[in-house]
Design a binder for this molecule. Structure first.
Ligand code: DC
Length: 228
């Protein structure tokens, strides 16, 4: 007898600048699946903690802040992107800065903060399916996901991409400075004691350094479609 099929999840984990965000969004659109940008949750907590002048080294205070922070995602008025609302304030742009990325990486290393965000992440699993973008989607949050991808790119290429994104937003930063920040963040995300960044068992590894986005998307879609 075949039981009820679990809602399928495609996890896309990898370091910042590997193209996860873009690839996850396009793949979710093509499949007609929901999208979880889990990094935005950690960024929102980092943002809320900074706004409240919470010392990021004070794990208990940051955890209280994580539990109290209300985070909602809503489509922008033109429907082209998703806005991230933190405690009623549209923080979509503020959470994308490098400062907020570093704050996110710091709060994400606190086990109780990660725990506080688990239920929220699981609630995104709705039919017809979910594309989950993050660092521990395939290893910790959705270990039973039938489709897992680990996306990487060289630090130099990731710094180049990030530089382009920030320049488009009118922010001025140097590529070398970005590369140093990216490497420091990778180091912290990969070496923390809970849910470190690492490929899930059986994940399809894709190196996007020399691959255009369309080719990465095609590989990921092929993984899902091969099974359907
Ligand atoms: O994907 P991103 O750059 O928006 O993530 C910001 C930070 O949040 C990243 O440095 C590590 C942390 N993060 C995490 O620890 N686990 C996740 N699932 C997603 C992000």
């Amino acid at each position: 007898m075949s039981g009820i099929q679990p809602i399928p999840v495609l996890t896309i984990d990898g370091p910042s600048g590997s193209g996860k965000g873009t690839v996850s969004r396009i793949v979710a659109e093509q499949l007609g699946w929901h999208l979880l940008d889990s990094g935005a949750l950690y960024r929102a907590v980092g943002f809320a903690a900074s706004m409240a002048d919470v010392d990021l080294a004070d794990a208990e205070a940051v955890t209280r802040c994580a539990k109290a922070t209300r985070i909602t995602f809503k489509p922008s008025p033109d429907g082209r992107d998703t806005r991230v609302i933190v405690n009623g304030h549209d923080a979509s742009d503020e959470i994308r800065t490098e400062t907020c990325g570093a704050a996110a990486s710091a709060v994400a290393a606190i086990p109780a903060v990660r725990e506080a965000l688990v239920a929220k992440q699981l609630s995104f699993r709705k039919g017809p399916g979910l594309v989950a973008d993050g660092r521990d989607m395939g290893t910790v949050i959705f270990p039973d996901a039938p489709f897992k991808v680990f996306l990487t790119a060289s630090p130099a290429e990731r710094a180049k991409r990030r530089h382009k994104q920030l320049k488009e937003k009118g922010l001025s930063v140097t590529i070398s400075g970005l590369q140093r920040e990216i490497e420091a963040r990778d180091e912290r995300d990969a070496n923390r004691s809970v849910a470190p960044l690492k490929p899930a068992e059986g994940a399809l590894r894709v190196d996007s350094t020399a691959l255009p986005v369309e080719q990465v998307v095609a590989k990921v879609i092929a993984l899902v479609c091969a099974d359907r």
